[in-house]
Design a protein around this ligand. Sequence first.
Ligand SMILES: [Zn+2]
Length: 94
Amino acid sequence: MVSLKKQSHNRYQLIQRIVELSDSDSWREAKQEWCLVDVYRTQSLGECLCGHPIKEHCVLQNHENGNEAIVGSVCVKLYWFSVTLSFDVLELVG
Ligand SMILES: [Zn+2]
């Protein structure tokens, strides 16, 4: 096993936390339980589930158990809506 280099976006941490908040135990199924319910921008920095500081907060809600999670726009694009959704459009709404 290769040792993991520390990254500003910690994929393992994000995946682990999402799975913890989901009904499913597998990431592939767990990620499908989530939908984007809100997007907002703040002046002060928040924190993405991956540990990265964020200004654009994307609120995800699990439609199976009602849990909420906040991730940054980078991670939302990376894990959920890279193909189907343009974040720029959402930003105007938020
Ligand atoms: Zn992130």
